[in-house]
Write a protein that binds this ligand. Sequence first.
Ligand code: NAI
Ligand code: 15L
Length: 273
Amino acid sequence: PAPRTVLLTGAAGGLGTHMRRLLPEHGYTLRLFDVVPIEDEPDAVTADLADRDALREAVRGVDAIVHLAGISLESTFEKILKANIEGTYNLYEAAREAGVPRVLFASSNHAIGYTPFPQGTPPLPAGALVPVATPRRPDTFYGLSKSFGEDLAQLYWDKHGLETVSVRIGSCFERPSNVRMLSIWMSPADCARLFDAALTAEGVGHTVVYGSSANTRLWWDLSPARALGYEPQDDSERFAAELLAEHGELDPSEPGQAYIGGGFVTNPPIWPR
Ligand code: NAI
Ligand code: 15L
């Protein structure tokens, strides 16, 4: 049967807020989890991913988990270790113990951030697009934690039969805010479509997909996501003229503009210790 009750971690965040609104429209009942309290949601679990008892309680009886919680930008190694690496491990352990059959893991383009973006006039032919099987090249400790999460997901599938779809999300915001994002943008509505496909497709084992809209300037192969049943409806091209007039085309001779990870490669905003 299709999963209906879903634990949404990171529910207070930017993407979590979109998914709180959009996933119920796809028929899901959500249980919310975040270290930050959520206004007008008295039933939300307010707890840290470090709190294993709270996680055990939160996963009880759910059909699937959408795991968005964690640090979502570059930070110190110690903070990434705690929230993203240990936190994701704690979540998987709770899921395994409770027999939750499937997790959707919010991976990131920054797991392959040091991959040069493919050159050419858009739309690029299928053969020029970056495949899911490209070697991982994290651009930050943050990207490294997403690479770890993908490997953890593979281990829990191989060893415990716990399924995961790891979605290497591009940039999921209301609109793209720079030229790079024209290639990797995912509208929140397409994100909900992709998450729905990832939660309902049969026999996913551990599947890694890129997460974006059907952008004219796409850099990566969306066919693994489409194979899950994802049918993107949006294209960032409607924002292209305005963004290109303001910023110009990307200049691949600039290190901060040459890679899929964009500015994460050269200028990570390291938080103070
Ligand atoms: P966000 O930073 O707005 O939200 C993350 C949420 O996780 C926050 O509400 C925060 O309180 C919570 N959180 C952080 N540490 C926690 C902990 N130890 N215990 C419990 N909760 C904790 O980030 P956003 O943009 O909503 O991203 C959600 C997820 O998707 C993140 O895992 C991020 O890495 C991933 N992602 C997002 C992309 C995007 O374009 N928005 C792109 C690629 C990946
Ligand atoms: C991410 O992984 C971040 O969580 C998000 O805030 C954006 O920076 C996005 O990648 C991006 O690459 O634009």
